[in-house]
Design a protein around this ligand. Structure first.
Ligand SMILES: *Cc1c(COP(=O)(O)O)cnc(C)c1O
Length: 462
């Protein structure tokens, strides 16, 4: 299995290099050169299979011969054993033909765990095969850091430095990072905003001396292995509802478009999906793109669903590449234009192919809060604000057949907002409840790139 860049200027690479490399050297995103497929009878047989078994099959289609099947199976079993629910991604029915898939039973209570838990094991394994060690630097405004720390703590070949803006993330979010005791994890509270952290991150990745010295890597959502891991629950949930004989619909709370794009990947593998609804909050770049054909950045607004407060959806480039018939010159032109001017007009033929599968819906703050209350009243289910955006989107689209709404965070990650919306304060699940009592460990540094880069280097070389 080979991977090509959406910009067409980098050589094709194998699975290992696509995973460990992240972004392609030409600035594009890796996609499989040809899409593997899973036959319909195998998809039907996924119904009720252990989650780890389906994950090994789907990821194996992308890894090709670069990972031994038994190793991949063992990594998947370990990754999903960290989830507190034996089904890993259980479903709850909330109405006729309408189901919620709970993606939040992982260690940090957010759907990022589903991909990050397996990604960490893939990294450690692939680096071990090469006798290589990497240092991962990440900047977090909330969920990604906690999921990364939970996934990479104890890894043999990876050290992780997680930066967060001091005083600007919630206590629960901070504690998911700072209570890790493993020596390969370092947390840094940075004086400044999340944008300052992002700027430091960018500076570090542009510093070739540092990059070489510590073999610097990132684990952001453009990594194709994360996308592949997210395609898995489209299969498990759809098969449970009668796929491939019945085509299922999905409603996906969307920000960077990794999760919804993973649904597209599932269709390329052979899963029939009738429609994917990309539900956004007021940061509606994706909703507008699918509605109007104009992919245009707006100003970022703070909302009740902060993990989706994004106005440039990185993974959209992958769908665009497919939409324009895998034409790298046109993809490069479009995304350079987007970087410069913040706007791309999607060619009509490409838009038509996108609209054949995707619908975009944007939901405002009042409707999000009201949906938390109405869902509790009508079903007894307490949902978080990200999930509420997707449930609210159901009222704006007519879908035929079964619908799966992806629930991306546990309500206890956003206790104040949930309580304000519906009057009920969600409890932290058992196991996580002890977080509050555990000692924290982090360093506090000024928001200066030079200081933080020196810190990363010293930590990596210690
Ligand atoms: C990251 C995240 C999202 C958005 O997913 P994308 O893949 O970026 O579209 C939605 N909800 C929660 C809780 C998240 O953490």
């Amino acid at each position: 299995m080979r991977y090509v860049s959406t910009r067409g200027q980098s050589p094709a690479v194998g699975f290992t290099d696509a995973v460990l490399g992240g972004l392609a050297p030409d600035g594009g995103l890796y996609v499989p050169q040809t899409w593997p497929t899973i036959p319909p009878d195998e998809i039907a047989a996924f119904a009720g299979q252990p989650y780890a078994q389906v994950a090994a099959r789907v990821l194996g289609a992308f890894a090709g011969d670069e990972i031994a099947p038994a190793d991949l199976r063992a990594m998947c079993e370990e990754a999903y054993a960290t989830f507190s629910h034996r089904a890993v991604v259980p479903m709850v029915q909330i109405g006729p033909q309408t189901f919620i898939a709970e993606l939040f039973h992982g260690p940090s209570l957010a759907f990022k765990d589903v991909a990050m838990q397996i990604l960490a094991r893939l990294y450690d394994h692939l680096l071990g095969l090469q006798g290589r060690r990497q240092t991962i630097l990440c900047a977090t405004s909330g969920d990604t850091g906690g999921a990364a720390v939970e996934a990479f703590r104890g890894a043999k070949n990876v050290k992780l430095v997680a930066m967060f803006p001091k005083g600007r993330i919630s206590e629960v979010q901070r504690r998911f990072m700072t209570t890790a005791t493993e020596p390969n994890i370092a947390c840094v509270a940075v004086d400044g905003t999340f944008d300052d952290c992002q700027a430091i991150l960018k500076d570090a990745f542009q510093d070739q001396v540092l990059k070489q010295a510590v073999d610097l890597a990132a684990v952001n959502s453009i990594n194709f292995a994360r996308i592949a891991a997210q395609a898995v629950y489209y299969f498990t949930t759809a098969a449970a509802l009668g796929a491939p004989d019945r085509a299922v619909n999905f409603v996906v709370p969307s920000g960077n478009f990794g999760d919804a794009y993973a649904g597209y990947v599932a269709t390329r593998l052979g899963l029939p999906i009738r429609r994917i609804v990309a539900a956004t909050n007021a940061n509606d770049i994706l909703a507008r793109a699918f509605q109007t054909g104009r992919y245009a950045r707006g100003a970022v607004q703070a909302t009740l669903s902060p993990a989706m407060d994004i106005q440039s959806a990185s993974n959209f480039e992958r769908l665009y590449f497919e939409g324009v018939g895998r034409e790298p010159v046109e993809t490069t032109r479009a995304f350079q234009a987007f970087a410069n001017a913040g706007v791309v007009d999607i060619p009509p033929a490409a838009l038509a192919t996108m609209q054949a599968l995707f619908t975009g819906v944007a939901i405002g703050e009042a409707e999000t809060a009201r949906t938390i209350l109405v869902t509790l009243n009508e079903t007894g289910e307490l949902i978080d604000p990200h999930t509420a955006v997707a449930v609210a989107a159901l009222r704006h689209v007519a879908l035929e057949g079964p619908v799966v709404v992806l629930s991306t965070a546990h309500p206890a990650k956003f206790p104040q907002d949930v309580a304000k919306a519906c009057g009920v304060t969600p409890d932290l699940p058992r196991g996580v409840a002890t977080l509050a009592g555990r000692p924290e460990r982090f360093d506090h540094l000024p928001g200066e790139a030079a200081t933080i880069k020196a810190y990363v280097r010293a930590f990596a070389e210690a």
